[in-house]
Design a protein around this ligand. Structure first.
Ligand code: SF4
Length: 364
């Protein structure tokens, strides 16, 4: 039977276990500091713990629930995608994006996905299972440890180590990798708590974004949470006819249910919502559709990200001509819908979710 991952434990769980072992309570703080803030790869490196405690931790827990097996970096060096193997042999992928002064980790929340959206490589592979809170958390910690050790390597001798860990952990986390995070709500939320707890990784809640295809009941649940985590909804179309094709879950959760759920979310949280709109040539990139989108979102505190489709991810769809993107953007702006055209990064490494995994499977 596989060992439990240490990141599956809350600080209280760990304190209780240590108390059962007859260890003082401050050991929990030391262990969590190693796990969440130091660039180590196993319990044996926890040098301020007695050797017998390190051995016991190693015999009872696994230090990492995700193990890197393949990695690719884009030619411009800004985007790195890692394929991780899980304890049951399944695989997932995560991406580190280093631009706009941010160090953003994009994490997966499921192995595969049941929804089968045509714009997404993950959907083509089908659903295998939900990830655990530890498997989600550990994707972020993998990149965090790497960033800290890279910074340590270039820092001048004698610089305070505590400062290094604060400066060089990931700045943002987005739940936009493989899987639909709101279908795996409880595990995703426990991972969120691990990432933002001041006793654990300590990221700001506002620096986390959950991206969903749009599940109204889960959006409602999210709006009841007190934490200011961001929400992004993949819209891709302003009417049900088109959205049924581009985002098939729309057949279960049509726009007349989804958009009111988004309005309630904004009212309850007082947070702006982001809508992602992938632009596809001659499918959803016309000016009339931009006007329809503006009508749909009228009065809603939101921002629309316009994303030209990634041709490597969806060979059946073509990216729009630049003039059409510009016209779409200007139409939304004229209708008072804040929007931005987003660059597609990491095209040369297949940075869309599920693509590296699909590629590795093909060559296995
Ligand atoms: Fe699943 Fe999201 Fe991909 Fe759709 S876009 S198949 S919901 S992971």
């Amino acid at each position: 039977m596989p060992k439990i991952a240490i990141t599956e434990l809350s600080p209280k769980d760990l304190r209780d276990i240590l108390s059962d072992w007859g260890e003082p309570q401050y050991r929990a703080r030391q262990i969590l500091d190693w796990v969440y803030h130091k660039p180590i790869s196993d319990f044996s490196a926890m040098s301020n713990l007695p050797p017998n405690l390190r051995e016991r931790l190693d015999s009872e827990f696994s230090f990492q629930s995700v193990l890197p097996v393949t990695e690719v970096t884009s030619r411009d060096g800004t985007t790195t995608k890692v394929l991780f193997r899980l304890s049951d042999g399944r695989s997932i992928e995560s991406v580190l994006m280093m631009y706009d002064k941010r160090r953003t980790v994009c994490v997966s929340s499921q192995v595969g996905c049941a929804f089968g959206c045509p714009l997404c490589a993950t959907g083509a592979s089908g659903f295998e299972r939900n990830l655990t809170p530890a498997e989600i958390t550990d994707q972020v910690l993998f990149f965090s440890r790497r960033l800290i050790s890279q910074q340590s390597a270039v820092s001048s001798p004698g610089r305070d180590e505590g400062l290094l860990t604060i400066d060089y952990r990931p700045s943002n986390v987005v739940f936009m990798g493989m899987g639909e995070p709101l279908v795996n709500f409880e595990a995703v939320w426990r991972a969120v708590e691990n990432l933002i707890s001041p006793d654990l990784l300590g990221l700001g809640a506002r620096h986390l974004t959950i991206s969903t295809i749009g599940i109204p009941s889960a959006i409602k649940k999210l709006s009841q949470k007190k934490l200011q985590v961001g929400l992004a909804v993949s819209l891709h179309a302003p009417n049900n006819e088109l959205r049924d094709l581009l985002a098939p879950p729309n057949r279960m959760y049509p726009l007349e249910v989804l958009i009111p759920a988004c309005r309630s979310y904004v009212e309850a949280t007082r947070r702006r919502i982001t809508f992602e709109y992938t632009l596809i040539r001659s499918v959803n990139d016309s000016v009339p559709l931009a006007i329809e989108l503006a009508d749909l979102l009228r009065g809603l505190n939101c921002h629309v990200d316009l994303i030209p489709v990634n041709p490597a991810a969806c060979p059946e769809f073509k990216p729009p001509h630049r003039a059409r993107v510009q016209a779409f953007h200007e139409t939304l702006t004229r209708h008072h819908v804040p929007n931005t055209i987003r660059l597609r990064r990491g095209l040369d490494i297949h940075a869309g979710c599920g693509q590296l995994r699909a590629q590795v499977r093909k060559t296995d």
